[in-house]
Design a protein. Sequence first.
Lengths: 508, 752
Amino acid sequence: LGDVSQSEVDILLLSTAFKFLLFPAYRSTDFEVHRNWLAITHSLPISQWYNDTTSEWTLDYPPFFAYFEKLMSIPASFIDPKIVDLQNLQYDAWTVIVYQRLTVIISELVLGAALLRFIRDSVDPSRQRILSASLFLHPGFLIIDHIHFQYNGFMFGILLWSILMAREGRKLASGILFAVLLNFKHIYMYLAPAYFVYLLRSYCMSPAGAIIPTRFISLANSVFLVFLASLGPFVLMGQLPQLLSRLFPFTRGLNHAYWAPNAWALVTAADRVPFAASRWPSVVKHLDVGLAVNESGVASTSRGLVGDTVFAVIPNIKPVHTFIITIIFQMIYLIKLWRAPTYKSFVAALTLCGYASYMFGWHVHEKAVLLVLVPLTLLASENYAYYKTFVIASVAGIFSLFPLIFTPAETLLKIIYSLIWGGMVLYPLHKQLYEFPSSLPWVLLESFENAYLYGFALLQVFITIFPLMTGGNPDTEFLPLMVTSVYCAAGLIWSFIRLSTLYITQQY
Amino acid sequence: MDEASDVMPSELPIERRQRHTRDRTTSLNSLSRFKSDPSKHIRPRSTLRNRGSNASMKSIGSETDYSEIIAPIPRRHLLQTSQSLHWLRVDTSSGDEWPNRGVSPVSASSVGSVFPNNRMGNRLSFTALMEYEGTAAGPSSTVDARVLEDDQGTVGAERRFVRWMHRNNMKNWVVPLAIAASTLVKWCIGFGTYSGHDTPPMFGDYEAQRHWMELTVHLPVKEWYTYDLQYWGLDYPPLTAYVSWLCGRIGVLIESSWFTLHASRGMETGGSKLFMRATVLVLDLLIYIPALYTFVCAWQGTRSSRKRHAALLTLLFHPALLLIDFGHFQYNSVMLGLTLFAINAFAAGHDLLGAILFVLSLGFKQMALYYAPAIGSYLIGKCIYLGPIHGTRLFLRLALTTTLAFVIMFAPFLPPFSPLSTIAAPITRIFPFGRGLFEDKVANFWCFTNVLVKWKQMFASREGILIKTSTGLTALGFLPAVAALIFGGYKTQLQKDAQNDSMNVSPSMAPAAPSSPTPILPLLPYALLTCSMSFFLFSFQVHEKTILVPLLPLTLLLSGAAPTDDVFLWGALGNNVGVFSMWPLLKKDGLGLQYLAMLLLWNRLIGHNPFKLYYGYFVGLVSSVVHTAIILLHLLEFAVTPPARYPDLFPVLNVLICTPIFGLIWLWSIKRSVEVSWAINGLPGKREKEGPSSAASGISATSSSAAFGHSPMRGETGVRATSLGYASGRGRGQADARRRALVVSAGGDREH
């Protein structure tokens, strides 16, 4: 890392001071989840980790994360033994809050270090500096990690290290780091196909297409060793099926409680509209629409419960369908990556793999949008087309995270913070990258895109006013969430199309 | 100067640049390229080879005379003549340092940007040139002084931030962003607990403020100051009551249960807390922040916009005020903001408006009384300065306006509306002499000496003596400031001819708006500091939160000082110690974390490293010692529980550390007052008439101001006043001010 400039220290210290102020802020049940994991890993033998059901928040991250929790539980037991008491559920003393929040801030330094390294040997340090700062101060991390409570900063730090290694041509290290990451949190499997193709093509094969056995074997061995270190103990104890059932619970529905703004959100919304119409008998009568409304579907989605989404009108979708669609899209990008296995092509393919999974995956969580936004940021300063894609995806993606934080005090925080972030990041980049649209269709497109972006202000006004107008009527409670989801989905899908087109058509 | 640092393009892989065919290489960028690497200019062919693939403009350039295309910026411009080329970094010795320069991760684009179309970022702004001139003309003109500063950390984050914003063409966004960021920080401090959180039956200051809303909404005005005094009876002046009434009204509209009489006592629901926090934030946004902004405009009009923006940031994140108002819960920013508005009005020459605003400030919180001697004697000094006729007229007007303002404010308690006896209740409530010399541990003279002399026991039955002594000591303490202002007014009194002039022009011309600033104006901040500190140290019944009152003028002074100035060091020290002196309170409120965060944030922002030794400054030494002591005390408190015999061990140690510092600041402010008044009026020549030559004569005056305090001043008073950190942002115009500032920089102003 070497020399760190004063302004980099500024960002670190000022943002840390600000994050301190967020310690007493709202925190979700994920806080208790992680506290419970501290307790599990500290007070139980390793054989019990994936079997324990004292709390409903069972351990469902891969073993490296469990080891990480074990590591963190050691200081915790000295600070306050109650933190690691397995029976002490819902413990929320000031000690545990400070301790857990601090671990997030400290582990996030991994992200900071990776981002600094990104600047150092960058082709264009000045822009990379903005991008690095924008990632370190990303509203997504602020909302999910420092308010909602998770360790995404730390894990995206590992991902960025891995990408950085790829940029520096140290592909073996890149592969190992990604394998490590997978064993921290398995959601990164969304990105695995791009890694697999890239490493196979550019590391294990010569440019002419001949396999280089030594490299292939060393890569395979390294990855195998990583998985051995992670899963080995559980394989020995014969707990692998139990572990996997924890990691991949296929009992959930298509949508999360709040629909992640992806393709399925639009499909579900399309399903709701005829249904909503059918609720006003006069309308139905007038239009004489005869819809076969599935009554169980009526109850399922609109109330926002976790569970199967049963469509009222449209045929039901099964996990295998989503899986096939995702794979088809990913195959397109992977073929392109196979033909052009350069670093930039890799990052774009990586982003798109994550994006396709986000768009079409089964039971996608809205937090997964970071899987798209983080690698996409690395591409943002390529040219104006990429930049605009980045802007639309970022604005829609960050806005789609807002419903995670619903308490009124934190609402003001998330809005002001995101606005400041947007102004500081997007404005200078826009100044540097802007290109005039070359013909009328492009002018129109640009106007539409800008109108869409300004629409978020109206959307926020609507969300704020609507509950006041209806007086918290439970029948219409879901509407702001649904509108948010659909509106963000429109932007994210458009951005997805843009990025796919750019990647497929561009020469690498 | 980083504007000229654009050496990147030549280091880029060519394929990369080819992709950006749309880049419009502006002339300015090319100029900076030329500047940064003059060798390129000498060897145009090699440059052309590199640039051949770029946009059309450059290919034209390759066919014609290179230098004409590469530098179409008007070279005739004064700033770009050959004498000034060191601005433009022609000095090749520094060329190699560019890639290694410490540039911020957010400072990007314009600095080393590859892409030439960020034209604005590369523009040689006038202020930037002046700032660079200031550093380049110094002893180390070959080394980039600013880079050195950055490395040493003497420049604060706020200056780096402002510089970056200006370079990225976001100059107009600095103020809104700064206000948004400070609002965000204030709101986040509010996530924490407040005074008296969850401590029935009495709770704390939060409950007091909430209770006043409840009380004013439901009771007739007459009963406000008499209702159930045992439970947080109203003891602030009427304006607070009116504001409470307004907030209460709004609150009742939203949710009436928050302010039900009696039933809402101790109300701590989430919604009610949110509403209360929001009222503080809104009042702060409406009063304090505009006051800060106008302060920066009115008092620092001659400084470059970068410095003004940095000063605004310093003031916006003032840690002590933020912690008390948004953490502990009070409305001090309203009182301070009104006083600040009054000072700004004085600076703009609107004395009557200023007087009314100060009365409002007094009417919001009686603590503004700490400023009263300074404000009063400033106005008297101004009357004397204007001469017998205009002075008397102004005096009468002031007396009338002030009285009227007070009467209107207390009107609901006065005869037409209620019997005369009603007025007794608010007055006795506002000045509680019955509550003893001091309550908690306060870092003032009485509590400090109480370690040795038990005042309360000694004078147990003779409280009157103590009251008189404290009043006498306080008066003695602020006497120097009062004397300096009045004497200053006397010495700089306007001459007869000036009076005749104005008589001839128009006999009714208001003296309240003179064309040049009052010469004693630069004394005002120091006088405010001396007075309020004297009250804090010596007066009766002082709270630890009252340190906010002296901290305001101190921070105002700090915001206008260069980071190596001793004003800056005193200001930073005073603020840190001031926040530390409230540590026992904040700890009790559960705001320890916010305390840490705000100190870290603000010190980093202003670029103050408490543990750095500043040789050659007395204050630097004191600062290091005190900060070390503070850290040690915190560590001790963390590790050791106080023995049962001395439960108050740590608060007392806190007082023992803080009081000497406050005493030193008080003495220092007196010393500075003397120096400033010496500069204003200690010289033989009487004030000359303002004329067109003022700018020219200001050159010598302002340039000597750099060494102000060490060398006597020459020149004429108006300009001197300007150079002493005061400048009116109106009237004779920015151009003139800019010109003077340019000369100042050329003369080696110590400010950066």
